[in-house]
Design a protein around this ligand. Sequence first.
Ligand SMILES: [Zn+2]
Length: 326
Amino acid sequence: MDRAALVELHLHLDISISFDVATRLEPGLTRTDYELDFRGPARCGDLAEFLQTTSRQVALLQSADALRLHTEDLVRRIAAEGVVYAELRFAPLLHTAAGMAPEAAVETVVETAARASAGAGIDTTLILCSLRHFSEAESLRTADLAVRFADHAVAFDLAGDEGGFSLSDHLPAFRRVIDAGVPYTVHAGEGAGPESVTEVLDLLAPKRLGHGVRAVEDPALVERIIRDQVHLETCPSCNVQLGLYPSMAQHPVDQLYRAGASISVSTDSRTSTVTTMPEEFAALGESFGWTPADRDRVSLMAIDAAFASPEVKQRVRRRITGEITG
Ligand SMILES: [Zn+2]
């Protein structure tokens, strides 16, 4: 029996809340309300519409207890799917509505993820997100948190509405993390086209891109990504849900993979997008004939690009190739 050891680099913690945890935080919440208000629609008009559906989840995660309960639950669930290494990302500034300090939010998730991961026998790393609609000051505040918690394996990311807001307000934040040697990734080529990917590559030279898939619209850009070994954190089902592609069969992940780009496959979220890691790979098998060998090859590319220590990378590689089990 084929037992997968999966690597997930692109998972938004704050839009992955389970029904079980949601009802514990909001007693009386019905399954119907959960399906309506917590799940993103099966097909969204665009990224901005998708992002509007995330507020109910974030509203429940405004205390250390809530963050703890949810982080433990999420780590348990991804471990049950066969994920052996995951990078969990969230925007600490979104968890301050009830008075929690962003430092406390980060501390809580750092501690809980470490404890839950050890308990589940997996490895996790945290990524702190700034968001495109944030002001320059808010973005810098998030970058400062990533620098301050760098010893706890925290990286930096810019997420949110790429088509609606410019990159310029976030350049000082990236300068700060780059100067401090904090690893970073950037969402690009999801809510906007190849020109957005080019802008991010020109100005920030990231080693990884969140999504990046719309680079396929510019063959020279794909060549550049391959030449410069920029890793693409693809999230195929989420992109189909957002209407970027009509179906999985028309998603460019296979084209990018066959062209020689370094790619990984992630869910993006477990709740706003209704999928799991095994379901993603099953869908890729159905649409493109991906085999367990393709899955393992992608998992190895993912761990190579991960924000993890050499020791963790080596352990995860050995789990993927079956040298160690469990
Ligand atoms: Zn994302």
